[in-house]
Design a protein around this ligand. Structure first.
Ligand code: C2E
Ligand code: MG
Ligand code: MG
Length: 266
């Protein structure tokens, strides 16, 4: 059985190696909605692997492999370029300008050329930096916080926005949290799931919203699926939400219709 697993892994690895060249990777986009106005303010770009036999493979299933093999470096560079290109294209088509958020992996911060790469993706696409957001997970940010402050400041100097992803699942040092030049905190889905029924989760979510307010950061809730969850977030003045309640991640071609329909539907 172990042999079988090793063979499968090797196969997936060699296929992933070719996925970029064969154009099998694509980005799907999930709206982020301002709770007060119901307006879509941006989208998160989420990677999908369109595998010829396996169908759409979720990033949960191949990003760990991409990280182990360092393939995440060329893949991550492609994601950045593609998200910037697509966002600029939407603007050129006359859609209202919006922020597109891109996820970064830990390995991308270990390379020295991250800032240059982001800058190149902006230049090549002609996208103004304010329309690009970079998401960094709390656990990655807290691995080497001192070094991170420096890199994040350099990124911030480019004019892009920064957010902390999966907030609440890592071990944030509050003193660093204040020093990181981040614009937005994303409350992890695991706290939103039972926010209506669990007093503990409700307390954590209220606390993160209050803390973000004190630190003058924006706050967004991930994984909102029900109207009750949204009511809770509205009551406690969370700025934005993202989740199936508004929409699942969709292919780029469906973004214009989502924008046209607006979030008024919910
Ligand atoms: P994430 O950045 O926290 O992204 C949010 C995940 O939650 C997405 O899963 C999204 O589809 C899912 N989600 C959104 N709303 C709901 C909801 O209401 N209910 C539920 N149950 N799920 C919801 P996805 O697309 O499978 O991505 C998983 C993770 O893979 C992402 O978590 C991110 O860490 C990583 N990832 C995705 N794309 C990239 C990428 O381009 N680069 C890197 N480095 N990581 C990526
Ligand atoms: Mg994310
Ligand atoms: Mg997240």
């Amino acid at each position: 059985e172990m042999n079988q697993r090793v063979v499968e892994r090797l196969r997936l690895e060699s296929e992933l190696r070719l996925a970029l060249q064969l154009d099998q990777l694509e980005l799907h986009y999930q709206p982020q909605v301002e709770i007060g106005s119901g307006r879509i303010t941006g989208f998160e770009a989420l990677l999908r692997w369109n595998h010829p036999e396996l169908g759409m493979v979720s990033p949960v299933d191949f990003i760990p492999l991409a990280e182990e093999t360092r393939l995440i470096l060329p893949i991550g560079a492609w994601v950045l370029k593609e998200a910037c290109r697509q966002n600029r294209h939407w603007q050129d088509q006359g859609l209202p300008p919006m922020v597109v958020a891109v996820n970064l992996s830990a390995l991308q911060f270990q390379e020295n050329d991250l800032v240059a790469m982001v800058s190149a993706a902006l230049m090549t696409s002609g996208l103004a930096p304010r329309w690009l957001e970079l998401e960094i997970t709390e656990s990655v940010i807290m691995q080497e916080p001192e070094r991170m402050v420096g890199i994040l400041e350099e990124l911030k100097c480019l004019g892009v926005r920064l957010s902390i992803d999966d907030f609440g699942t890592g071990y944030s040092s509050l003193s660093y949290l204040k020093r990181f030049p981040i614009d937005k905190i994303k409350i992890d889905r695991s706290f939103i799931r039972d926010v209506v029924s669990s007093q503990g989760d409700a307390a954590i979510v209220r606390m993160v919203i209050a803390m973000a307010g004190e630190l003058e950061r924006k706050v967004i809730a991930e994984g909102v699926e029900t109207n009750e969850q949204l009511d809770f977030l509205r009551l406690h003045q969370c700025h934005e939400f993202q989740g199936f309640l508004c929409s699942r991640p969709v292919p780029a071609r469906r973004v214009p219709e989502l924008l046209a329909a607006g979030a008024e539907a919910i």
